[in-house]
Design a protein around this ligand. Structure first.
Ligand code: PEP
Ligand code: MN
Length: 356
């Protein structure tokens, strides 16, 4: 990585902002200046090539916008970040001294495109952020990271921007938090930032989604900002002014993954001890439950009765959901939990039936 970007890349939280798209020279320069004035932004983003779902929408200003970004960096000192989707994009962006590249969600889904971008990155030393693919497929996300690693890209980060779905939902792209959490488990050392703008698709939820990502120990944020959000040429509904962006950052509660504060450490150790104890008991009980399922399996085998009995399964679920409700456990959790237990019971009974 170039020395000039090293400190920024390693800063936590890393805060990236700028317009969805570069539109005019004035818009880029004024956005950059007003973002720099807030003193809260580390990197200026702007889309130069816009992969739009449908033709006829604004598809980006193209190469013409790159000198504007160079100028914005010169004036404000903010390093720049641009989305790349082809080998040519990489080549031109680097000619114009873009500091950080990112691969967009519509590109991460396509291994041919990711490979083309990766090939163009061979031998360069620019940091690259990889957005999750539009569909909830972690292997594609991991695959894109591996393609970059294979060509020797050393500085890789991930951006969580949510997953697309059919129909009108609360979010433009559902966050499905368990997916970025799993990526964090797979790549514990890798930077993971959240892009609330593309998750929300509107302004009013940005704050709460940004906070949620911080609570999950994400390493930073990418948020779109525009000098005149309502008249932005793309993603108008989700953009905010640089000043509003600063207010959002200001209102966030930043949390550390840990602290050495004695009272916290002692209380946490005691409570975790209790949790370990309860987990042990739960596992012992589940083990006992499976032994009973084995016994039932023997009866089913000897009497030629099916393993799955739908009525009984519905009865178990109804009982559990009711009981769970009284205990403050969500229906969704109970169903997920009992599905897992039930599948394990079925696999136990299958063993009993066929492994004589
Ligand atoms: C963007 O960042 O403007 C963009 C196109 O995002 P995504 O790839 O997440 O849709
Ligand atoms: Mn956008």
């Amino acid at each position: 990585m170039k020395e000039s970007i090293q400190a920024t890349w390693n800063k936590r939280p890393l805060l990236i902002s700028g317009p969805c798209s570069a539109e005019t020279e004035e818009q880029v320069l004024e956005t950059a200046q007003r973002l720099a004035n807030t003193g809260k932004v580390d990197v200026l983003r702007a889309g130069i090539w816009k992969p739009r779902t449908k033709p006829g929408m604004f598809e980006g200003i193209g190469v013409k916008g790159l000198p504007w970004l160079m100028q914005a960096k010169k004036i404000t000192g903010l390093p720049t970040a641009v989305e790349v989707a082809t080998g040519k994009h990489v080549e031109v962006a680097l000619q114009f001294d873009v500091d950080i590249l990112w691969i967009g969600a519509r590109t991460t889904v396509n291994p041919f495109s990711v490979q083309e971008v990766a090939d163009a990155l061979r031998g360069t030393n620019v940091p690259v952020l990889v957005k999750n693919p539009i569909n909830p497929d972690l292997e594609l996300w991991s695959g894109a990271i591996e393609r970059l690693q294979k060509v020797g890209v050393n500085d890789i980060g991930m951006i969580h921007r949510g997953f697309s779905n059919y129909g009108n939902t609360e979010f433009r792209n559902a966050p499905m938090w368990h997916l970025p959490i799993e990526m964090k488990r797979r790549y514990p050392e890798m930077l993971l930032i959240c892009d609330p703008s593309h998750i929300c698709g509107n302004r009013h939820m940005l704050q709460s989604i940004a906070q949620k990502s911080i609570d999950l120990d994400f390493g930073g944020l990418m948020l779109e900002s525009h000098i005149d959000p309502d008249n932005a040429w793309s993603d108008a509904k989700q953009q905010v002014t640089p000043e509003r962006l600063a207010e959002i950052f200001e209102a966030l509660v930043w949390r550390a993954e840990n602290t050495t504060e004695l009272e916290f450490v002692t209380a946490l150790a005691t409570l975790r001890e209790q949790i370990n104890h309860i987990d042990d008991e739960l596992l012992t009980l589940i083990g006992q439950r499976m032994k009973i399922a084995d016994k039932i399996g023997i009866y089913k085998r000897d009497n030629n009765v099916t393993i799955l009995q739908t009525n009984r399964w519905n009865e178990i679920l109804d009982r559990a959901v009711n009981k769970g409700e009284q205990l403050g456990l969500s229906k969704e959790f109970i169903i997920r939990y009992f599905d897992a237990v039930h599948l394990e019971s079925i696999s136990h009974q299958n063993k009993v039936m066929y492994d004589k």
